[in-house]
Design a protein around this ligand. Structure first.
Ligand code: BGC
Length: 743
């Protein structure tokens, strides 16, 4: 172990000339800002410039002479990535760099549980800290604009309020370890196709109401120490050096005092990088994934080209000093902090956390006739079928790919859960993608199967006829053009002929349970023929155990969808009125206009009165919840006042369960078009059978606002509003009207 990493300050003390007393910057009791200023006085120009850019794939150099350690970063956001070589994407082949894979962020968002988000952040932060990382490259909060986006699985859904609430505890949990969160990809990175060349055209209102709130919450409420710029362009400037997004909004309006990190290969111009808010440049010379120029570090935009501009007097050092101060602030918050906990990895607690997050996020979409939970009777035979029942899902998908210590497959989890009570058999059903490798990490699985599609279907159907239950585990995977970075899906449908197989299984057995594993909505043309459907996400190391917890009823499902499942792709706004993937200009850039404006996700479906396959906020339980009538403490709100609404929720079933009580607000009349309703609060409650809880929400003026582009600010117009409380965006149980008074 390199002691320099563990005891940088001690080492620095030894190497410093004896000055008689501890320099301020090494005094842990001193104020961080004073320590920063002390370092600033000691740095040479060359040292400052060196701090601004990478020295390897994932590290920047720090300042050895002063004992300021290197800053090591890691992906993120679902587990700590395996170590790669100094200057390569290939594996370093360490034997102690396996991790616990936590569920994908879509699953976390589906938990609608802020405590679970803190647990997630704290646990992954501990793994990052133990691996000596200063920065965790995550979480991601780009809004789910289209179900085709290959990276939706790394994000927190379609609603800005939900994403804002869920991102904050994750950041706090990570940073409690002295590890910085790096919230990504700021901003408007809503598709993977043409990700380096898409120029997003979006109106100010949608920008403020839909695409920025989660980043703002990450900064102002979560206190994130770093932010990653995005690959795409906005106003014809790349996200990593975007004057409006970084200087004006992030650092100006929001007062962000941390460091802006480029996405890998997201920097394109020295002058813009100097002036437009980028602080740390990484991955230049790679497209972030498949191409790679070697040892290009001196040629980085913020390396020699910057130094030369300063030396020649072409640019001053004001921006440089601001960048360096931000990087030092990052160092003092992380690697220079003496009271940092040591972290831990691969602990029982982390596995337990992964399982709990999965248990809380799995969504029961449909359960007709009480097929679920599975109730094995004597001699019960369960057929498990589908490739995703056996395929490892932690490898693949791009930069979030992991090398795990273990991953429980759904088949294994179901076998664990039903051993002794049912006989479990398995049929492949279909062959999808049998490869299992990413950047040299292999699953070690051999999934090859030479049989034809017909043979596989025939076998599964024959076995299904003999079974008491059929559990089909399918969906997408982390391969190219599925849920995968740098590519988008090509359609909403399930790949590999799964629809045909599901139809055939449904005919063969009326106790068919479809478990869909994906980070995206999929079409379900067979929905009326299948009694039970479960949305299971990418669940990481404990995938199989979490799925079995839900299917067996050991855990009562309580997840709710963080995005809408459209019945058809054309129903979703980006594909109905918006542009995707846009129009290519002569210079090669793709203009992509978000013509749907603020009407993203359920806001669109409500407005157009389109029935989705499954609505935002939908998710069933094995128990039932009844809602009383909502009451309000007042029917009028002063400009600086509040209205408190309350509702009784009762568990009327016979098992304990959790319910997410959702508050939506509707503005009945406004000068600009507004969504039919918008999520403004929620609470996840736990109720024993027969138990009632009164859930109370306090509404203030901020909850009534919209962004008025004419005034460039948030406005709440006096008039009538409705508070709507329900179990899903399409299942409002009670509502009450109130009036916002004139100032
Ligand atoms: C991705 C980032 C990731 C980075 C480092 C990029 O390709 O867009 O999300 O953190 O690579 O692996």
């Amino acid at each position: 172990m390199n002691l320099k990493f563990l005891f940088p300050t001690a080492l620095a003390l030894l190497t410093l000339p004896l000055a008689g007393q501890t320099p301020v910057y090494l005094d842990n009791t001193a104020d961080i800002e004073d320590r920063i200023e002390d370092v600033m006085k000691r740095l040479t120009l060359e040292e400052k410039v060196a701090m601004l850019h990478a020295q390897s794939k994932f590290s920047s150099p720090g300042v050895k002479r002063l004992g300021i350690p290197e800053i090591w970063m890691t992906d993120g956001p679902h587990g700590i990535r395996a170590e790669v070589l100094w200057d390569e994407w290939n594996q370093a082949h360490w034997t102690n760099d396996s991790c616990v894979a936590f569920p994908a962020l879509t699953c976390l968002a589906a938990s609608w549980n802020e405590d679970i988000s803190y647990l997630y952040g704290k646990s992954i932060g501990e793994e990052a800290r133990y691996r000596n990382k200063a920065v965790l490259l995550g979480p991601g909060v780009n809004i789910y604009r289209t179900p085709l986006n290959g990276r939706n699985f790394e994000y927190m859904g379609e609603d800005p309020f939900l994403a804002s609430r869920m991102v904050v505890p994750y950041i706090k949990g990570v940073q409690s370890n002295g590890v910085a969160a790096c919230v990504k990809h700021y901003a408007l990175n809503n598709n993977e196709i043409n990700r380096h060349t898409s120029n997003v055209i979006v109106d100010d209102r949608a920008l403020r109401e839909i695409y920025l709130p989660a980043f703002k919450a990450a900064v102002q409420e979560g206190g994130t120490w770093t932010i990653m710029g995005s690959y795409n362009l906005y106003r014809n400037q790349h996200g990593c050096h975007n004057e409006y997004l970084l200087n004006d909004i992030l650092k100006g309006e929001w007062g962000f005092d941390g460091a802006v990190v480029s996405d890998w290969g997201g920097t394109h111009d020295t002058d813009q990088a100097i002036t437009n808010g980028l602080d740390m440049e990484f991955g230049t010379g790679t497209n972030g994934l498949s191409s790679n120029s070697r040892n290009a570090y001196d040629n980085y935009y913020l390396a020699m080209p910057y130094l030369e501009r300063i030396r020649s007097g072409e640019v001053g050092t004001e921006e440089l000093d601001d960048k360096v101060r931000r990087i030092l602030r990052l160092a003092f918050r992380t690697v220079m902090r003496q009271d940092r906990p040591f972290g831990s990895m691969l602990s029982d607690e982390h596995y337990a956390a992964a399982r709990e997050i999965g248990d809380e996020g799995i969504v029961l979409l449909k359960n007709e006739g009480g097929v679920l939970p599975v109730k094995p009777e004597e001699g019960c035979r369960i057929l498990v079928t589908g490739e995703n029942a056996i395929k490892m899902m932690t490898v693949g998908g791009g930069s979030s790919s992991l090398k795990v210590q273990r991953e429980i497959s759904p088949l294994e989890g179901l076998r664990n859960a039903f051993s002794g009570t049912a006989e479990i058999s398995y049929a492949r059903g279909y062959v999808g993608d049998v490869t299992g490798e990413y950047d040299g990490v292999t699953t070690g699985q051999n999934l090859k199967d030479g049989r034809s599609a017909e043979e596989l279907v025939a076998e599964a159907v024959e076995m299904a006829r003999e079974a008491d239950y059929v559990i089909f585990v399918g969906g997408l995977n982390k391969s190219w053009q599925q849920d995968c970075e740098n590519s988008d899906r090509t359609g909403l449908g399930l790949p590999y002929g799964q629809d045909r197989l599901i139809e055939a299984l449904a005919e063969a057995n009326d106790r068919l349970i479809v478990v869909n594993i994906s980070g995206n909505a999929v079409a379900m043309p067979w929905i009326d023929k299948v009694p039970a459907v479960v949305q299971a996400w990418y669940l990481g190391s404990e995938a199989g155990n979490s799925i079995a917890d839900i299917l067996s009823g050991a855990v009562n499902p309580s997840g709710k969808l963080p995005f809408t499942f459209p019945a058809a792709l054309e129903d979703s706004p980006a594909h109905s009125v918006g542009e995707y993937p846009g129009r290519q200009r002569e210079d090669g850039i793709w203009d992509i206009e978000y013509k749907e404006g603020i009407f993203v996700g359920y806001r669109w479906f409500d407005k157009e009165k389109i029935r989705p396959l499954f609505a935002f906020g939908h998710g069933l339980s094995y128990t039932d919840f009844s809602y009383g009538k909502v009451s309000a403490d007042s029917r009028t709100m002063d400009a600086d006042g509040t209205v408190t609404v309350s509702i009784d929720v009762t568990n009327t079933g016979d098992r304990p369960g959790k319910e997410v009580v959702q508050l939506y607000i509707s503005d009945l009349k406004s000068s600009l078009p507004r969504p039919v309703k918008e999520l403004k609060d929620f609470r996840k409650i736990s109720l024993a059978p027969g138990e009632t809880e009164t859930v109370t929400f306090t509404i203030d003026k901020d909850d009534l606002c919209f962004f008025d582009p004419a005034r460039n600010g948030w406005v709440a117009e006096p008039g009538k509003f409705k508070a709507m409380i329900g179990s899903a965006s399409d299942d409002i149980r009670s509502e009450v009207q109130f009036t916002l008074e004139q100032d």
